[in-house]
Ligand binder design. Structure first.
Ligand SMILES: [Mg+2]
Length: 221
């Protein structure tokens, strides 16, 4: 019997046009070099991914109202909605797994998560104007825990594979690489695309979600 498809996607830079942490650095923080230092420390292997994001987000000192307004400006791939609609109509499970935080994802696409039955698995976060945003990893006992990224995207993909699904993964960054290594089909852009090329992992053309939608339409017959 043919395997049932599942779509698993990263959020930042994949569903959204620009990583939230880059939006924060570019629009909210004055000293760009200082602001970006935690991210460079992560890329150089000095600190954990989750600590790099908290290092950047804790520099946000907007009022709650200002922060909510800022989150509402996160630009979403317009074809994401079409893909989500199609998946819902065809009973294709759609997971968003993010090593960012559900704090801004839920605020930005709360209606769509409900409307299209999308499962969101991400880190929690707290926010106060004084201390900024701090990411909270899942409990270490969670099957999706990873000490580096908090949520383990790879564990989510592996679980769905073990459940017998044909896994389609979409992502753009370094934290997506382990998922891309085990997914059945990979839609990759930016850093993830480079990593896949370096390691000989086949990827599909991925400019936006219409590429994924067209692939699923062709495959899900
Ligand atoms: Mg990303």
């Amino acid at each position: 019997m043919k395997k049932k498809i599942v779509l698993i996607s990263d959020f930042d830079g994949t569903i959204s046009k620009k990583d939230f942490f880059y939006m924060v650095i570019d629009n909210l923080l004055k000293d760009k070099k200082d602001a970006l230092a935690p991210w460079n420390d992560y890329l150089n292997g000095k600190i954990k991914h989750i600590d790099a994001l908290t290092g950047i987000f804790s520099q946000i000192h907007l009022t709650q109202n200002e922060l909510d307004k800022f989150i509402s400006t996160i630009e979403i791939d317009p074809y994401f909605y079409d893909a989500a609609q199609y998946c819902m109509e065809k009973n294709i499970p759609f997971y968003i797994c993010s090593a960012g935080t559900n704090y801004y994802i839920k605020k930005r696409i709360s209606d769509e998560l409900l409307k299209y039955n999308i499962v969101l698995i991400s880190n929690d976060a707290s926010y106060s104007q004084e201390e900024g945003m701090k990411l909270i990893a899942p409990a270490e006992t969670s099957p999706y825990y990873n000490s580096n990224t908090g949520v383990s995207k790879q564990a989510i993909v592996q679980k769905l594979k073990d459940d017998g699904f044909f896994t389609i993964y979409a992502g753009d960054g370094k934290p997506d690489f382990k998922s891309a290594q085990i997914a059945d089909v990979v839609f990759a852009k930016d850093m993830l695309l480079e990593l896949c090329k370096q390691h000989g992992i086949k990827t599909q053309l991925f400019d936006n979600f219409s590429d994924i939608l067209n692939y699923i339409r062709r495959t899900n017959v």
